[in-house]
Design a protein. Structure first.
Length: 316
């Protein structure tokens, strides 16, 4: 990747894609932003609207609508195309239709000569990210899903409401599936570098009624709480995508929980799931292997089994 070109494409200009584009423009992350949508006129309208922000942002981003052929020179292609699950469905229930749609998108992007990094937000994101990797033929470090990045942010937000500190002072991760089998690695959650478990033990009078299981369940269900009220989520995931885009283009070496294709890490292979990883201009520079306790290892095994069994639906 040319570190100085800073060209990004977004495929899908629905609520997630357009929110992501808005975040990218307002943060001045790239020089050019290409929008691609099934309805080209919708993409044109979004590009016009975003270009009219130019007088109010601290740097100029050229935004335009285009086609897959324009992806050739992009550093990053962000895939947000997809539809939220219908009432009563889980993210996994949308797999077959999402996988079919993704095949056409990736084939068209790769036909342009694209040789950059894919960022994937389409649900079920772990399996779809694996699917993108297989179809594209790119190295595994250059196909990244949003994974449990948003779930980890939700965890910190929930904890900050209970223990009065800024969520950015909390470090910890939700791991595994971006879905119902995800889990919090409590053995690695710290506040100001101090383990949360120690803080709770030393402050029983203040925090003795805190249930870690309830917090983990709130983290798992946070997206559905939003879904039940407004029909879908988009601001949180848009910011997660923007954060990852910035980390890549700026070669930040930030650690974020993302959907990563595993090849022996955590003792697992042929699966993509949420784990902390170092994000650089090369994509996933390295996967951070946490020293999980026996219970967490068991939970990781459960989420692995859930994902592997559902991957069979699309032939893996």
């Amino acid at each position: 990747m040319n570190a100085f070109s800073k060209k990004v494409a977004i495929v899908g200009t629905g609520l997630v894609g357009s929110s992501c584009a808005f975040c990218i423009v307002n943060q001045g992350i790239c020089n050019e932003l290409l929008l691609i949508n099934k309805s080209h006129e919708r993409a044109v309208g979004e590009a016009m609207d975003l270009n009219h922000c130019g007088d109010f942002t601290h740097s100029r981003t050229k935004v335009y609508a285009g086609t897959y052929a324009d992806c050739k020179d992009m550093d990053i292609v962000i895939i947000t195309a997809g539809a939220p699950p219908k009432p009563g469905q889980s993210r996994l229930d949308t797999l077959a239709s999402a996988a079919n749609m993704i095949e056409g998108i990736v084939a068209n992007v790769m036909a342009s000569g694209f040789n950059g990094i894919f960022l994937v937000a389409t649900n079920p994101v772990d399996i779809i990210t694996y699917h993108v990797w297989k179809i594209s033929g790119l190295p595994r470090n250059r196909v990244i899903g949003t994974g449990t990045s948003l779930d980890s942010s939700r965890l910190k937000s929930i904890l900050s409401d209970i223990i009065p500190v800024d969520p950015r002072s909390i470090n910890g991760y939700s791991l595994g599936e971006h879905g119902d089998s995800q889990f919090v690695a409590w053995s690695h959650v710290t506040i100001g570098s101090k383990p949360l478990t120690e803080i709770l033990k030393e402050n029983k009078e203040r925090f003795g009624n805190i249930s870690l299981d309830e917090i983990m369940e709130k983290t798992r269900k946070a997206g559905w709480e939003i879904y039940n009220r407004k029909g879908t989520t988009y601001f949180g995931i848009a910011n997660a995508l923007t954060h990852l885009t910035r980390s890549i283009l700026n070669n930040d070496h930030q650690i974020t929980a993302v959907s990563a294709i595993l090849d022996g890490e955590y003792g697992l292979q042929d699966v993509c799931l949420g784990v902390p990883a170092i994000i650089t201009m090369n994509g996933i520079e390295d996967i951070v292997e946490l020293n999980l306790n026996p219970h967490e290892v068991q939970q990781l095994g459960i989420t692995y089994d859930v994902l592997r069994s559902n991957m069979q639906t699309i032939g893996y």
